[in-house]
Each structure stands twice: as structure tokens, then as C-alpha cells.
Design a protein around this ligand. Structure first.
Ligand SMILES: *[C@@H]1O[C@H](CO)[C@@H](O)[C@H](O)[C@H]1NC(C)=O
Length: 492
């Protein structure tokens, strides 16, 4: 009797379990079949297997370098397919298609990282499609290209780079060999962008903790999208709110001063001034909106610039012939009667260092910091004879495209024969209306850092196996940036 009742209880449970299993297996099969047909329709080659539901997500997280290299190898000059969770995605290495994705705002829009609205707010510069944000961007972006802004920033950059390098070189060689300079550069960059964007508005001690907090925000970006107080995303959000509090105070002050027609002291002042003068009606009208712009710019100037400067040291050590030519130009052009930190930005701003400028531009094309830019297809569309369905995530690969552009894979600066001085062909700053508005500021920073480095220091790389491999953080870095720097003045 007891045995019979147990059997009766188990049978329905077992059959439910079986039914659920069948449904799950069917859903898995459906997910795989759907993906298969999508990618056939797109005529894209794909990896031999992608998991149901999870897609290639676990593989990407486990070893991104290998994964992306693999996709490039599948279609070195075209389109390959992969799967993120249940979503079909394409990886575009053909420069013409990549450019089309950047340019065609009707069919492709930037795919915003799910963590982004939490960290940078809902109203963000990168969500371009909204009419009022487009207007706002148009009013303020030109400030980042103005000569007087770039010229002032050059002095700040040379000072910051020179202080940082002095600090690194003051360490003993053994200590230097242990310290990855990536961390020094990241901190320097945070301080530099705070100075350029917020200038004298920061109170004593604020730059220090905000620089640390900016790094916490960056870590939030690469974290899993789990928003709890103890996760990296939660911590990033809290850091962003702390920074915003200061930015609100500063933007109130910018508004008050610019309405009184006082002298602009920093980029945020200029942005405020432009928005007031343009009579912006929708977004961008209030100090709170300007505070958000401040966060966007301070944040945007961090990670990619840090990557670019790490690659600068790498190139200068690897290509002593280029370093020597930069030195030769500096020796020839710079005014020896004034301090280097004064003479360098002065000559650079006066356009008297063409070789240095060419070297910086070539550097950015040769080692682009941002490997790819994800977009999402808003409508069914086409790339050549590939049919792309609405909802497909389209990664325009900067690294893949670069390999197909003649000359972009070489580091041979030539001011008389520059590959792409405006960064339009080589997509290292993106393209179309989204092209990075900070590209002039960034390429100047690269040039000035290079000059400060080679003029002041001899650099030896600490070679470790695999140390020069490219890693994704998510911008690109050499696996390690371990150097011993010796002051040239002391050696002489
Ligand atoms: C968007 O895609 C459609 C279909 O491929 C195409 O006809 C249209 O020209 C595209 N829009 C733009 C702005 O290129």
C-alpha cells in the first residue's frame, strides 16, 4: 500500500519534468535554427558552434583576444557572424562596410552598453537619435576643435606628462621593472582631463578623489550588468553620483559666470557659453544638462587615451629610428632659452613640428585604442550583397578594417605623405556624425606625450614572454607595459 502510493506520487512529477525538458530542448533547437537561418541569409561565415541561449558570450568573456582574432580570420575582409545570448551579431572587417555602418544613421545606430545609462545617465551624448540631443551636440562639439582650447590644453598636457615621467624615472630600476606604467598613465590622464574640462573650479582635494572615482566608473563599464551595492556596476554608479554632485555645483557656477560674460576658464565654461548663445531650447538648456556633459567628456577622455599612450611608449621603444627623428626635430626647432614644458607646446601650437604631428597620427592609425564599435540595425538593410535583418548587432571592426587599408599597418611617419591625417579612411575615431569629437585633443596629447618621453628619457622594455600580446580591457593594451626609463639629462 505504502509502495503503491509512492509510485503514484512520482509518476506525475516525472512526467512534468519530462515535459519541461522537452520544451527546453525544443526552445534550444529553435534558437539554434533561427540563428542558422539568419546567418545564411546574411551570407556570413560563422564559428562551427554557438551555444543555445548563451551564444558565444562565454567564449568572448573567457578569452576576448582569441575570440575576436578568430572572427577576423573567418572573414579577413568581409563579414562574419556570431551570437550574443540569443541575438545574431556580425563582425565587419571590410572597411567599406564598416564605414557604411558609421555613416548610415538611418539603418544603424550605436549600440549602447547596458551599463551605460546607469553610469552616465539616461540623457547621454552618445544617444544621438533624439532630435534635442543632436541639436545640443551641434552647439557644443565645436568647442573641442577650437584652436584656443587646444592650445591651452597643450600646455596642461606637457606639464602633466612631464611630471608623471619624472616620477616614474625617479623610481629605482628594480622598482620600475615591477610597476606597469599603465596605472601611472591612467591616473595622469584622469587628472589631465579634469584640468582641461573643469579647470579651476575644483576645490582642494577634489581632483584626487574624482580621479580615483573615474577609474571606478570605468570598471563599472566592463563589469557584469548586475546592479547591487557591492558589484562593480553598483560601485561605479555610486562613484558617478559622487562626481555628479560636484559637477552640479560647478555647472551652476559656469552658468552664472558665462551669463555675466566673464572669461571662460575651461572647456565646460565654453560649452555652457555656446549653449547659452545658441539659445538651446530642449536638452542642454539647464546647468544640470551641462553637468552631464562634463561627466561624459571627463569619462570619454580616459580609457582610450590611456591605451594610446601605452602604445606610444611601446612604439618609441620598438622604433628607435622614429624616436631619433622626433628628437632631431625637437632639437632643431625648440627654443632652448625657455623651459622645455614651455617651448614644446609653443612650437607644437605654432605648427612647427610636422614630423612629430605625423608620428602621432600614424601611431593612432597603427595601434588604434578602440578595437570595434557596436551598432544595432534599426531596419532590414544591406551591406553589399549581405542582407542584414533588423535587430542584428553589427560590430564595425577597427582592427579588422585597418588590416585592409594599405599603409595603416605600418609605423613609418612621413609628414609629406600622410596616410589619413583627418582619420576618415582609417576608422580609429569612428566615422560619420558620431566621429569622436575629442580626436584633435587626443592626437595632440599623443604627440606631446611622445615628444616629452623621447626628449627626456631613454626607455628599455622589460621583455616577458607574451608581454607584447594585445589584450582587451576593453580598449587595447600590450599585455604589460614594464619599462626602465632613464633621464637623458642625467646620462649626459
Ligand atoms: C537603409 O537601408 C535601405 C535598405 O538597404 C537602403 O535602401 C537605404 O538607402 C539605407 N539608408 C541609407 C541612409 O543609406
Amino acid at each position: 500500500m505504502a509502495a503503491a502510493s509512492t509510485a503514484a506520487a512520482v509518476t506525475p512529477a516525472r512526467s512534468i519534468f519530462r515535459k519541461v525538458a522537452v520544451v527546453i530542448i525544443l526552445l534550444m533547437a529553435l534558437d539554434m535554427i533561427r540563428y542558422h537561418f539568419k546567418r545564411m541569409k546574411m551570407k556570413a561565415r560563422a564559428r562551427w558552434f554557438s551555444l543555445p541561449f548563451l551564444g558565444d558570450f562565454p567564449t568572448i568573456v573567457a578569452d576576448p583576444t582569441k575570440f575576436w582574432d578568430n572572427l577576423i580570420a573567418l572573414a579577413p575582409n568581409g563579414i562574419s557572424a556570431f551570437k550574443i545570448l540569443t541575438q545574431a551579431a556580425i563582425f565587419v572587417t571590410n572597411p567599406k562596410f564598416a564605414k557604411q555602418i558609421f555613416d548610415d544613421q538611418e539603418n544603424f545606430t550605436l549600440f549602447v552598453h547596458p551599463n551605460s545609462p546607469k553610469l552616465l545617465g539616461e540623457d547621454n551624448l552618445v544617444y544621438m537619435s533624439r532630435e534635442d540631443l543632436v541639436r545640443w551636440r551641434r552647439a557644443m562639439v565645436p568647442n573641442l576643435k577650437k584652436a584656443e582650447v587646444l592650445h591651452a590644453a597643450a600646455y596642461t598636457a606637457v606639464n602633466s606628462c612631464s611630471n608623471m615621467l619624472r616620477k616614474i624615472a625617479a623610481r629605482s630600476p628594480a622598482e620600475q621593472a615591477e610597476n606597469d606604467v599603465r596605472y601611472d598613465i591612467r591616473l595622469m590622464n584622469a587628472h589631465l582631463s579634469l584640468k582641461v574640462f573643469l579647470g579651476g573650479y575644483l576645490q582642494k582635494g577634489e581632483a584626487e578623489w574624482i580621479a580615483d572615482d573615474l577609474i571606478v566608473v570605468t570598471n563599472g563599464f566592463i563589469a557584469a550588468p548586475v546592479d547591487l551595492p557591492f558589484t562593480d556596476l553598483g560601485k561605479g554608479k555610486a562613484a558617478s553620483q559622487r562626481i555628479m554632485k560636484v559637477l552640479h555645483r560647478i555647472s551652476d557656477e559656469c552658468f552664472r559666470r558665462m551669463k555675466n560674460n566673464e572669461e571662460p576658464l575651461c572647456v565646460l565654461d565654453r560649452i555652457t557659453d555656446s549653449c547659452i548663445k545658441a539659445g538651446i531650447k530642449g536638452y542642454g538648456r539647464t546647468p544640470a544638462d551641462i553637468a552631464h556633459a562634463g561627466l561624459d567628456f571627463c569619462f570619454a577622455a580616459q580609457d582610450a587615451t590611456t591605451s594610446a599612450l601605452c602604445w606610444c611608449i611601446h612604439s618609441m621603444e620598438k622604433h628607435p629610428e622614429v624616436a631619433d627623428k622626433i628628437r632631431e626635430e625637437l632639437d632643431r626647432v625648440l627654443d632652448k632659452d625657455v623651459d622645455f614644458t614651455e617651448a614644446l607646446p609653443r612650437a607644437y601650437n605654432a605648427n612647427k613640428l610636422p614630423y612629430l604631428r605625423a608620428a602621432a597620427i600614424n601611431q593612432l592609425q597603427y595601434r588604434p585604442p578602440v578595437p570595434m564599435v557596436p551598432h544595432i540595425a534599426r531596419h532590414d538593410t544591406e551591406l553589399g550583397d549581405h542582407k542584414i535583418e533588423k535587430g542584428t548587432i553589427a560590430f564595425a571592426s577597427v582592427m579588422g578594417s585597418k588590416a585592409n587599408i594599405e599603409g595603416a599597418d605600418r609605423f613609418e611617419p612621413d609628414p609629406d605623405n600622410m596616410l589619413d591625417p583627418a582619420f576618415k579612411k582609417v576608422l580609429c575615431f569612428g566615422g560619420g556624425p558620431h566621429m569622436c569629437p575629442g580626436r584633435f585633443y587626443a592626437s595632440n596629447t599623443v604627440a606631446l606625450f611622445m615628444a616629452t618621453l623621447v626628449h627626456g628619457y631613454d626607455v628599455d622594455r622589460i621583455r616577458k614572454p607574451g608581454g607584447e600580446d594585445i589584450i582587451y580591457l576593453p580598449t587595447l593594451y600590450p599585455r604589460d607595459s614594464l619599462y626602465v626609463m632613464k633621464s637623458r639629462a642625467e646620462a649626459a
